[in-house]
Design a protein around this ligand. Structure first.
Ligand code: DQA
Length: 151
């Protein structure tokens, strides 16, 4: 059983309402439901967590230590300045995949730096909500690879 923690940071609880042209029209609840159906019968347990507070996200990352196989994180704006989240992910040493709905590299300059990227296995950005499914697929392939079969 593969245990995946999916963390969404600040303002992602406003999906569907917030700048829909950039972030899409689906609410976070519906997106989480879609991901649940996507992983049905795949031997995967998804743990969803959203917070607007940096400290709560850090606590959640710490609580994943030794319990979670892989973290998928869209840290929202915290991506661009949170050394504390960077350090938390490093502390637990759980493989991490970075996700962004938008392409952070073709937007404002302040979005073009990520403090998650240096500690991530890899990142997916610019594919909207599909990015989370792509990240789940990448997580499965990555962990398969560790078991000896990435191809
Ligand atoms: C985001 C991009 C961030 O720059 C922004 O602050 C967000 C959402 C994305 O998913 O595209 O909150 O992480």
């Amino acid at each position: 059983m593969l245990k995946i923690l999916i963390i969404n940071g600040p303002n992602l609880n406003m999906l569907g309402v917030r700048e829909p042209k950039i972030y899409g029209e689906m609410s976070l609840n519906l997106l989480e439901d879609e991901l649940k159906s996507y992983t049905k019968n795949k031997n995967i347990v998804l743990d969803f967590f959203q917070s607007n507070h940096e400290g709560e996200i850090i606590d959640k990352i710490h609580s994943a230590y030794d319990k979670i196989d892989i973290i998928i994180i869209n840290a929202g704006a915290l991506t661009h300045y949170s050394i504390a989240i960077h350090d938390a992910l490093k502390s637990v040493a759980i493989p991490t995949i970075e996700v962004h709905l938008s392409n952070i590299y073709n937007r404002e300059e302040f979005r073009q730096q990520s403090f998650i990227a240096p500690i991530a296995i890899g990142g997916i950005y610019g594919f909207g909500k599909d990015g989370y499914k792509l990240a789940i697929d990448a997580a499965i392939r990555y962990l398969d690879g560790k078991a000896g079969g990435l191809n």
